[in-house]
Design a protein around this ligand. Structure first.
Ligand SMILES: [Zn+2]
Length: 410
């Protein structure tokens, strides 16, 4: 890794992962074990086999990237498996020094008769809580000398329903067959917000945010405006997968119609060629204004470098990735994994890739990492969050000194 950074330094740093899908981050050994136990057919039953058949280093397109989710969702259909996978995901993150994670998943993909959205959230919360308790039992944390390991849950609504949707949702669609499909999908999102608020307020579960995931193309976010409005009124924080496949207008729409606090990916923010709205006569000026708007309002972009390269092979090399422009424009951007298993990555790896591909100096790296803590949807009070962020910042600065990273500002 490029000096003055070292792998040991990156690993020791307190880090966040704000864009982390539960179903894309299952350990392959666990996937195999659960599939055997639940009779789910896999294309291979060894880790190497699954890596060469499904969970690859390179993908041809988004479709191939998404293939693995059908298998992971199929084995995550009860409380025990959700709890186990959430626990292992937290352990894997905490072990590489990620102190704060926001785990997201789509309850609609995991529910059945008698196993509803709040049940899925409770199972995930239990797994995360168990890992947290184990890691927070250290003396340094108990004495308050080090920041604790923390987590929150983001529930994802889906832009569309596909064959892989749970049996429950097939029946849900059948129940609403008198309505148009887009209306059914919109209603499902509204129902999910209500379930998330119930889980947070009545069950005391750490639900911190609401997200919209799934294929952008052909499934506009505007269809979910009612759900996002409701989430807004109920003080759920909001993020949206936007600008992954679509252009800058979809990001603008997420910020305005959906009140997004953060943007997932936002890759095509810098793509004036993707502006298609006829009311926009000067796409370059539009993009410049939108970038300024986001920088000024500190709208954070959850950047997932490996995932972007895998789902958009046309980007080419990492050096070509728009993260460079995000840094140049002083945007608030933080590095995330997206899917630890599907993208075969970790937070340390993503930071290492960024350091080697872009002109990041120690001051800039500190900003990128600290934005993750500052712009998190932290469960708890604002003063609690401030104290926590301060502790993480102090630890960061102590580690900079310990590892000889300070004084290298370029
Ligand atoms: Zn994602």
């Amino acid at each position: 890794m490029r000096a003055p950074f070292t792998e040991a330094f990156i690993r020791a740093l307190p880090k966040t992962d704000l864009h982390l899908h539960l179903d894309g981050s299952i350990r392959l050994s666990t996937l195999i074990e659960l599939a055997r136990h639940e009779g789910v057919e896999l294309p291979a039953y060894t880790e190497e086999g699954l890596r060469s058949e499904v969970f690859k280093d390179q993908y041809g397109d988004l479709g191939e990237y998404l293939r693995g989710f059908a298998y992971t969702c199929a084995v995550l259909q009860d409380a025990d498996s959700l709890e186990r996978v959430a626990y292992e995901l937290a352990v894997d993150s905490f072990t590489e020094g990620v102190r704060y994670i926001e785990v997201r998943f789509a309850p609609q993909l995991h529910i059945h008769e008698g196993f509803d959205a709040p049940d899925t959230i409770a199972a995930v919360a239990k797994g995360l809580g168990r890992a947290q308790d184990e890691f927070n039992a250290s003396e340094a944390i108990e004495r308050g000398n080090e920041p604790a390991y923390r987590s929150g849950i983001i529930v994802c609504a889906m832009r569309m329903f596909t064959q892989t949707f749970s049996e429950y949702y097939r029946r849900y669609v059948a129940l609403h067959r008198f309505r148009r499909m887009d209306e059914v999908i919109a209603q499902a999102s509204v129902d999910l917000v209500n379930a998330a608020v119930h889980a947070r307020d009545d069950l005391g579960l750490p639900v911190v945010g609401f997200d919209l995931a799934g294929q952008e193309d052909g499934y506009p976010a505007a269809a979910h405006a009612e759900a996002y409005n409701l989430a807004h009124q109920r003080f759920l924080r909001k993020t949206v997968h936007a600008g992954e496949a679509f252009g800058p207008e979809s990001i603008f729409q997420a910020l305005t119609d959906l009140h997004a606090d953060r943007i997932g990916h936002g890759y095509h923010l810098f793509s004036p060629d993707k502006v298609s709205h006829e009311g926009i006569s000067d796409p370059d000026a539009y993009v410049a204004a939108l970038v300024q708007h986001m920088a000024d309002r500190r709208i954070t972009i959850e950047v997932c470098l490996s995932s972007n390269l895998q789902t958009n092979p046309e980007i080419g090399t990492l050096e070509e990735h728009n993260f460079r422009h995000m840094l140049d424009a002083n945007l608030s951007a933080t590095l995330c994994t997206d899917n630890r298993t599907v993208s075969n990555t970790s937070v340390c790896r993503e930071i290492g890739l960024a350091i080697d591909a872009f002109p990041i100096d120690p001051k800039m790296l500190k900003q990128i990492v600290v934005y993750g803590f500052k712009r998190s949807f932290f469960p708890g009070s604002y003063s609690g969050k401030r104290t926590y962020v301060r502790k993480c910042f102090d630890l960061y600065e102590a580690l900079e000194k310990e590892h000889g990273v300070v004084g290298h500002e370029s």
